[in-house]
Design a protein around this ligand. Sequence first.
Ligand SMILES: O=C(O)[C@@H](CO)O[C@H]1O[C@H](CO)[C@@H](O)[C@H](O)[C@H]1O
Length: 475
Amino acid sequence: MAPVAMMSTVPATDASTRPGCGGALTPAVLVHTIKRTDAIDEQQTEAYKKLEVLLTYSRQILTENDLGGYTIPAKGLYPYQWNWDSALVAMGWATFDEARAWEEMTKLFSAQWDDGMVSHIVFHKPSTTYFPGPEIWGSVEKPRKSTGITQPPVAAITVHKLYEQAVNKELALTKVRELFPKLLAWHRWFKTARDPENTGLVATLHPWESGMDNSPAWDEPLRNVPVDDIPPYVRADLTHVNSSMRPSQAEYDRFLTLVYRFRAVDYDCKQLYYLSPFRVTDLCTNSVLYRANLSLRWLAEMLGELDVVPEIDEWLEGFRVAFSSLYDPAVKMFKSKDQLTGKLLNASTSAGFLPLFARIATPSQAQELAATLEQWLSCVKYGIPSNDPNSADFEPLRYWRGPIWAIVNWMITDGLLAYGYDALAQRVESDTYELLGSGICEYYDPTDGKPAGGGSFSWTAAMCLAWLGKCATSA
Ligand SMILES: O=C(O)[C@@H](CO)O[C@H]1O[C@H](CO)[C@@H](O)[C@H](O)[C@H]1O
């Protein structure tokens, strides 16, 4: 790999040839040393230079993945607009082009369904490099051109952050006014379509909705999904990434079975909740939605939309009451739940730490989660693995069954800081910086830090800009 100081322009394809940061001066270390000393010494200046190279490269990735108002996650592998990717990517855009960040959100909501749902993928332009595309979802034509399922609702958190951090407050206010009713409609959809029995927590009906598609948490509920006689298909993902890193064929058969069953009722949200053979309480979706509701409430107050505040407060209270049922004190972790069997799911995954991001964990749960996280980190070189490194089904390179995802590291770090676990947060942040220094890719092997999955990956670049870059420069 070329030494980072010598790289002026950065190649955008092969993860193994992208710039490294080297050295031990991570943003977190920079922040801490600068707070202690006042002066910036030579070593720190050098570290800043390295960080700047990484930030420049990250901006370049977003720019190259910009297909006109929306950012694809990665060329070839993911050629459309993905929901939670876009919300996270907008945070990255906001660090150097606020107008473009708002555009990302506007474009995502341009495909909002009449019932309020915001799809997990929007098919703005045709592509042949991804399966299943619009023809399988039955949404080749407008007004749909999007999938009939959703993804973790990060958007309100993004809109809140974008507004708070905006330099151009006038533009920000216009955009918030425009987006607020759409966000509210989506959150109302979650309540009515995904919690029709008013349990306080929302259901996830497809592993793709969880954003953590082949998480070991879904093994059990997926076993109860029968494989229908679906049309033969060819997976496109395996032409981009080695099959040993991707979900299995058995999982894909079930993913597709669910799509065809949902399509058969035209994705009617009133029916899906009751007919889906896969229905779980996903920790990621519920944690993100809780936090997003806090943001929505903040936005409502800022806009003077006070009449909706009691409704949001009721949702928040419902979450708080029900969330405690997802905590497993025996293993000091939150667990997802199979709604169809009523059982907590065995797997301990990185989603189990997301109640920290939500701020819904109690202080004593937070303390136990921090201890669990420390134990996990003692088993791997870099954190945070997406699956418990002590478990038999830990696979360091298979997608959501072991690898590290920068977006999850950001969310958990944000939560650790909120609960006062600064040293642990710093460890995760430093690890992330070192990992990203070896390439801005989809995910990383926690045992050796090797970059893997898709290269030049948008949300990883966005985390570099919105999290690591900001953290160092705000010192
Ligand atoms: O594997 C796939 O085909 C898609 C299916 O939605 O899912 C992966 O890529 C998306 C785009 O980056 C992410 O949004 C998901 O979280 C991640 O699991």
